[in-house]
Design a protein around this ligand. Structure first.
Ligand code: RTP
Ligand code: MG
Length: 143
């Protein structure tokens, strides 16, 4: 399997719930390496641009409003098959449909406030990582 990179966002509900450490623990225990990270309070332009693909969807305004409601933690994860592996750890978009033991099952309350984001393809991951990080802010392991 290929070594990939993917973008993770711990969303405002999970930051407010004090779940940053527990979510990071799941990534690390699953073998995903955190190779970049920052905490940000997104403004409308930054959050709206991130979710631009959903601009015409009925939930877009609520999504941007939620994503700007408090700080988020944005990270780059690296590992084998990282894009799909991370999505498996996250669980379904709607936490009511998420499998037992997934992040959304355990930490999310609704489809609108669902704790985490993860890139949905390698192509999206490349775009999303560049949206938040300069090359020099990404720190692959040297040991
Ligand atoms: P994300 O991008 O946040 O990782 O979530 P996702 O891939 O699982 O879902 P996506 O289809 O990309 O949707 C982005 C976010 O929009 C909200 N959403 N609401 N009410 C709805 O039908 C609906 N569909 C999507 C969710 O909060 C989702 O995370
Ligand atoms: Mg998505």
């Amino acid at each position: 399997m290929a070594i990939e990179r993917t973008l993770s966002i711990i969303k405002p509900d999970a930051v407010a719930g004090n779940h940053i450490g527990e979510i990071y623990d799941r990534f690390e225990k699953a073998g995903l390496k955190i190779i970049a990270t920052k905490m940000l309070h997104l403004d409308n332009d930054k959050a709206g641009g991130f979710y631009a693909e959903h601009q015409e969807r009925p939930f877009y305004n609520d999504l941007v409003s939620f994503m700007t409601s408090g700080p988020v933690v944005v990270s780059v994860l690296e590992g084998e098959n990282a894009v799909a592996h991370h999505r498996e750890l996250m669980g379904a978009t709607n936490p009511q449909e998420a499998s037992e033991g997934t992040i959304r099952k355990d930490f999310a309350n609704s489809i609108d406030e669902n704790a985490v984001h993860g890139s949905d393809s390698v192509t999206s991951a490349q775009r999303e990582i560049a949206y938040f990080f300069d090359d020099k802010e990404v720190c692959p392991r040297t040991r």
